[in-house]
Design a protein around this ligand. Structure first.
Ligand code: NAP
Length: 337
């Protein structure tokens, strides 16, 4: 049978590549930046594109007339032009759920690491600067019993809230829509964004990057936070106005920050790297063996379903197919018989 063609980008495990090879003719590029022309040539004939950190421009889509689906190996898709994909009838899938708990672990790890000055004090030991008993200048802040403010209460926000409740924290949230069930069952308290900034000991960002959330938090918002508070960002770098945050940290308007994401990644040269009260991670929210495996599995399933003509499980833009999915319709009519 004639196999459809796909382009696979960035490192995929052999087991995933094998599954893709069984179903498709695959052009695989582990480091696409090094071969942009070869990638562009392969895309001209491709029906599908799968990979992480995909950059897709209008010009590239013009050169990929057969493209039916893009399966990103991530939950966020702020790097992809969703409206344009939908206009062109190209399906977009992501990998929600399977990375929720791991990313929540990362968020909570940053809360703990910031409050207890983990990196700064661990470096002190490693570098032979632990010469006497640790005294007050090196004390941290409690996490248990404090107030956590979650900006965004979706899958990851809720998973962090669960962890926080186990630490006896009071949990506030500001979110696009109210979540009365979580207020009732878990005792979470809804606040406006401004109120949340004023009341929280830890402000944790878990919103997607959109036009509305870009630069949601900068200098002025830090000024509205407590001087003893920490900012945690595991969402996307551009949700924070980094220059404003740096200024606020320099002026000691807040106590510190735990950051997994940055406006420009990889973070190379930045005052943030020289601040002892800032924990910087290399965008590893979901980076565990188990979770990256699960994410790739999900993306492989999605691209296979889409190119079989079925509605993929994690479809982001159903509007790309206003007439639905023939395979699903067929199944439905068989069910009805
Ligand atoms: P999700 O389930 O879609 O949750 C997002 C939440 O944000 C929703 O509850 C949504 O409100 C809320 N929201 C959206 N726009 C808002 C706004 N303008 N103001 C206030 N709240 C708003 O997504 P998720 O799975 O939790 O993931 C969240 C984000 O985390 C992803 O988009 C991604 O960028 C980031 N992420 C980062 C890493 C990492 O490696 N650091 C890993 C995974 C994910 P409604 O409930 O009303 O829709």
């Amino acid at each position: 049978m004639h196999k459809k063609r796909i382009v696979a980008l960035r490192r995929l495990k052999d087991s995933h590549l094998q599954r893709l090879h069984e179903a498709f003719q695959v052009d695989y590029f582990e480091e696409p930046e090094l071969q942009p022309e070869a990638v562009a040539t392969a895309l001209r004939q491709a029906h599908g594109l799968i990979g992480g950190k995909l950059q897709v421009s209008s010009a590239l889509l013009d050169e990929a007339p057969q493209l039916e689906v893009i399966a990103t190996i991530s939950v966020g898709y702020d790097n992809l032009p969703v409206a344009e994909l939908s206009r062109r009838g190209i399906l977009l899938t992501n990998t929600p759920d399977v990375l929720t708990e791991t990313t929540a672990d990362t968020g909570f790890m940053l809360i703990m690491a910031s409050a207890r000055r983990l990196v700064e004090l661990a470096n002190m030991v490693r570098e032979g600067r632990w010469t006497q008993h640790v005294g007050e200048p090196h004390f941290g802040s409690n996490v248990h019993g404090k107030t956590l403010g979650l900006v965004g209460l979706g899958r990851i926000g809720r998973a962090i809230a669960r962890r926080a409740l186990g630490f006896d924290m009071r949990v506030l949230y500001s979110n696009a829509s109210p979540k009365p069930e979580l207020e009732g069952e878990w005792g979470l308290e809804r606040r406006s964004f401004e109120q949340l900034l004023a009341e929280s000991d830890f402000v944790c960002l878990t919103v997607p990057l959109t036009e509305q959330t870009e630069h949601l938090l900068g200098y002025e918002q830090c000024r509205a936070m407590r001087r003893s508070a920490f900012l945690i960002n595991i969402a996307r770098g551009r949700v924070v106005d980094e220059a404003g945050l740096i200024r606020a940290l320099e002026e000691r308007l807040i106590a510190g920050a735990g950051l997994d994401v940055f406006e420009r990644e990889p973070l190379q040269e930045s005052p943030l790297l020289r601040m002892e009260n800032v924990v910087t991670l290399p965008h590893i929210g979901s980076a565990t063996h188990e979770t990256r495996e699960a994410m790739a599995n999900r993306a492989v399933e999605n691209i296979c379903q889409a190119l079989r003509g079925e509605r993929p499980r994690d479809l982001v833009n159903p509007e790309a197919r206003p007439n639905g999915f023939p395979a699903a319709q067929q199944e439905q009519s068989l069910d009805a018989q």
